[in-house]
Design a protein around this ligand. Structure first.
Ligand code: UD1
Length: 373
């Protein structure tokens, strides 16, 4: 069996790494499993160098489509144009896509139209906000995938609600958390930025177009962060999209803007922080597992389980609410969180079990009832 395992944006690599390693472990001594890593090149920053892949325990992808940035249509189309010849040359049995970025949808669509089977890892997440490009990517990718691997039971319910056959849905857990569990030891050994002590700083990340693209949206959020920085230093690794939009806004000197960090040091920074403010998807999940309070600066989340049982609070973008919730955490009013089921470090093994043992034979795809490993 031949598999193409696709990643495009930086967080995709944390999700594919354990899958690649689980395949490698399974393939040891067997020539029947052939996995090729494909990087679409949607993200191309210099901190995605050799070290980045070595840190994650995977080789540098053998295929790089080098599509770079562009409008949604241009980027998606370029990925499709570049991925089609790869599929035709390698003729994989399966294309595996992860997450909800433009690369996810573009590669799923390309493969499906060539009658190559598609597996979507992190399926079924829904924000119900169609103004988010990621929501469109999620819905479309799930609609055309043959196998849907979910991180939680709410995602399973979403897919059922949309009429997806139970036989396609596998509740396996969260591969990004596999990576977190594998790397946390090293992450905690990383030095903190100068002068910072564990538990005595906050971390901020912002990159959603809805938050950063217009100064009318970004300025009030910055106002809230400035107020929080009066009480606690805030470390702010600035995403490239956001970097271009920071000028003209006044920032409190307690806010330390730094270059985007690579995964392991960033995990170490978050794990030892007092709280995180973010509009990222994945960080909501990582903070839940780390037990770090998280304020999500968005009106909605596709990851409600992190609010229901984890440490995440959806605070929206009203600066008063953001400051109020941050003050409450700084005053020690935090609630304990629990870790969602199957976020145990073994999701990738479950995925590879399904792909190798079950989905390897078409006949096994026909099954009744929801299957949870
Ligand atoms: C993308 C994903 C988003 C994900 C995020 C993770 C989509 C629709 N969005 O958003 O879901 O949370 O990645 O980071 O796929 N740029 C660089 N260097 C890079 C990449 C981008 O400088 O390596 C700059 C370019 O100016 C580019 C902009 O960042 O135009 C936005 O990049 P893009 O890949 O379009 O989307 P992200 O905002 O990164």
């Amino acid at each position: 069996m031949k598999y193409l395992l696709v990643a495009g944006a930086r967080p995709n690599f944390m999700k594919i790494a354990p899958i690649y390693r689980a395949f490698s472990a399974r393939g040891n001594g067997h020539s029947t499993v052939d996995v090729l890593l494909v990087h679409t090149g949607q993200h191309y920053s210099r901190n995605m160098s050799d070290d980045f892949f070595r840190d994650l325990g995977i080789p540098e992808p053998s295929i790089n489509l080098e599509v770079g940035s562009g409008s949604h249509a241009a980027q998606t189309a370029r990925i499709m144009l570049a991925f089609e010849p790869v599929c035709l040359e390698h003729r994989p049995d399966w294309v595996i896509v992860v997450g909800d970025v433009n690369s996810t949808l573009a590669c799923a669509l390309t493969a499906r139209k060539l009658s190559i089977r598609v597996a979507h890892v992190e399926a079924g997440l829904r924000s119900r906000d169609m103004s988010m490009p990621e929501e469109i990517n999620r819905i479309c990718t799930d609609a055309i995938s043959d196998l849907l691997f979910t991180t939680d039971t709410l995602a399973v319910e979403n897919l059922r609600h949309e009429g997806v056959a139970d036989g396609k849905i596998w509740f396996v857990g969260n591969t990004m958390i596999d990576t977190l569990r594998q790397q946390i030891g090293r992450a905690l050994e990383q030095p903190l930025p100068d002068g910072l002590k564990p538990g005595e700083y906050a971390v901020l990340t912002l990159h959603r177009p809805a938050n950063v693209d217009s100064p009318d949206r970004l300025a009030p959020i910055a106002g809230a962060i400035n107020a929080i920085a009066q009480r606690i230093p805030v470390v702010f690794p600035v995403h490239p999209r956001t970097a271009a939009r920071l000028n003209g806004i006044e920032w409190h000197p307690g806010i330390r803007m730094v270059e985007p960090m690579s995964y392991v040091p960033f995990l170490g920074l978050v794990a030892r922080s007092r709280m995180v403010l973010t509009d990222s998807g994945g960080i909501q999940e990582e903070t839940t597992v780390l037990g770090v309070p998280c304020l999500t600066v968005r009106p909605n989340t596709e990851r409600p389980i992190t609010c229901e049982i984890g440490t995440n609070v959806l605070v929206g973008t009203d600066p008063r609410r953001i400051v109020e919730e941050a003050n409450s955490i700084l005053d020690g009013k935090t609630r304990p969180g629990a870790i969602p089921e199957k976020w145990d470090g073994h999701a990738a093994e479950r995925i590879v079990d399904v792909l190798v043992n079950e989905a390897g034979q078409d006949a096994c795809l026909v099954s009744a009832g929801l299957r949870a490993l």
